[in-house]
Write a protein that binds this ligand. Structure first.
Ligand SMILES: *Cc1c(COP(=O)(O)O)cnc(C)c1O
Length: 315
C-alpha cells in the first residue's frame, strides 16, 4: 500500500549550525500536506482501519491529528468525523472541515471530546484513530527516521517535541530499526506541559492537574505508557523551555528558514537556539514537527505577550 504521507526534505541548516557550533540537520515535517508529521502515523492507522473494513474514521483531536485524519480519509474515500473540544480555534475547525470532514464540537478538553468520539464510533461503526497511543501510529511516524537514515550517518543526538509521546515512540522505533540505538534522544516539552518529565520522575505515566502553555499540541495531561517504557531501553534526555523561548524560536525560524511553525515545534527549535546543555558539541537531527494551527498574526501576538521574559545569555 502506498503511504499517504510525503517524503519530506532533509536540510543542513546553515544558520542553526552556525549558532550551535556543530552540524544541525532539519527534517522538515512542516512540508507534509497537513502541515505536520502527524500525517505519517494517522495515514498509516487510517489505511489499516479501512483495510480491515472500517466504513468511517473518527478522530478526537482538535488539532494536527484531526486535520491529518481528515486529509487521510479524503485520500482513502471514506467519511471522517472529528470531535473537537470547545477550545479548538475556529481556524483549525475550518481547516479540518476544508478536507470534507464533519466537525463536532463536544466537551471542554480533549478527554471529553475523546469520550464522545468513542461513543460516535460505537453508534455508527467507524474506527477511532488515537492521536498518539496506537502501534500503527508509531509505525507510521518511524518512517521519518528511515528516510533520514538513507541520507545521513547517525547524528550525535535527535531532538523531538513530546505531547502524548506518539512522535517519540515512532522516532525511537525508527532509530532502532536503522541501527541508531545508541544515539541519545532529547525529549522537549514546555514547562507548562511537562507530562513526560513528570512521568520519568515518577517512573510511570502521571496525570498533570492542568496544562498551562501556548504549545497546545504538547498539552496531553498524560503521556502514553510506551513513551515511558522507552526510557528504560534507550538514552532519553528530557529538556524543557518556557513559552517565551518556544515563541521566540518560532520567530527566529521564520526569519532563518521562512517556515512558520507552532510553538509546540518552536520548543524543539529552542533546544538549539538556546543551547540546551545535553546537545553541546553534538551534531543534531532536529525533527521540525510543524503544525497547521498558527498564523503570522497569532505568532506576533504571542511574541508581544511573552517578550517581558528575559532573553537567555548570549553564548
Ligand atoms: C502532535 C504534535 C506534537 C506532539 O506529538 P505527540 O505524538 O503527541 O508527542 C508536537 N508538535 C506538533 C506540531 C504536533 O502536532
Amino acid at each position: 500500500m502506498r503511504p499517504i504521507h510525503h517524503v519530506t526534505p532533509l536540510l543542513r541548516s546553515t544558520p542553526l549550525t552556525r549558532r550551535h557550533g556543530a552540524e544541525v540537520w532539519l527534517k522538515l515535517e512542516s512540508a507534509q500536506p497537513s502541515g505536520s508529521f502527524k500525517l505519517r502515523g494517522m495515514g498509516r492507522a487510517c489505511q489499516a482501519a479501512v483495510a480491515s473494513g472500517a466504513s468511517g474514521l473518527v478522530s478526537s483531536s482538535g488539532g494536527n491529528a484531526g486535520y491529518a485524519v481528515a486529509y487521510a480519509g479524503r485520500q482513502l474515500g471514506v467519511p471522517v468525523t472529528v470531535v473537537v473540544p470547545r477550545r479548538t480555534a475556529t481556524r483549525t475547525r475550518e481547516l479540518i472541515a476544508s478536507e470534507g470532514a464533519e466537525v463536532i464540537v463536544e466537551g471542554e478538553v480533549w478527554d471529553e471530546a475523546h469520550a464522545h468520539a468513542l461513543q460516535i464510533a460505537s453508534d455508527r461503526g467507524g474506527a477511532v484513530i488515537h492521536p498518539f497511543d496506537q502501534p500503527e501510529v508509531w509505525e507510521g511516524h518511524a518512517s521519518l527516521i528511515e528516510e533520514v537514515a538513507a541520507q545521513l550517518p547517525p547524528p550525535g543526538a535527535v531532538v523531538v517535541s513530546v505531547g502524548g509521546g506518539g512522535l517519540m515512540c515512532g522516532v525511537l522505533r525508527g532509530m532502532h530499526a536503522v541501527g541508531w540505538g545508541q544515539v541519545p534522544l532529547l525529549a522537549v516539552e514546555t514547562h507548562g506541559a511537562a507530562s513526560y518529565a513528570a512521568a520519568l520522575r515518577a517512573g510511570h505515566p502521571v496525570t498533570l492537574p492542568t496544562i498551562d502553555s501556548l504549545a497546545l499540541t504538547l498539552g496531553a495531561k498524560r503521556v502514553c505508557d510506551r513513551a515511558v517504557a522507552w526510557a528504560k531501553q534507550h538514552p532519553v534526555e528530557p529538556w524543557q523551555c518556557d513559552d517565551a523561548a518556544a515563541v521566540r524560536s518560532c520567530g527566529r525560524f521564520l526569519d532563518d528558514h521562512r517556515v512558520l511553525v507552532e510553538p509546540s515545534c518552536g520548543a524543539a527549535l529552542a533546544s538549539v537556539y538556546d543551547h540546551a546543555p545535553p546537545l553541546q558539541d553534538r551534531s543534531v537531527l532536529l525533527v521540525v514537527c510543524g503544525g497547521a494551527s498558527v498564523t503570522r498574526a497569532q505568532l506576533e501576538g504571542w511574541e508581544r505577550g511573552t517578550r517581558s521574559s528575559s532573553e537567555p545569555p548570549a553564548p
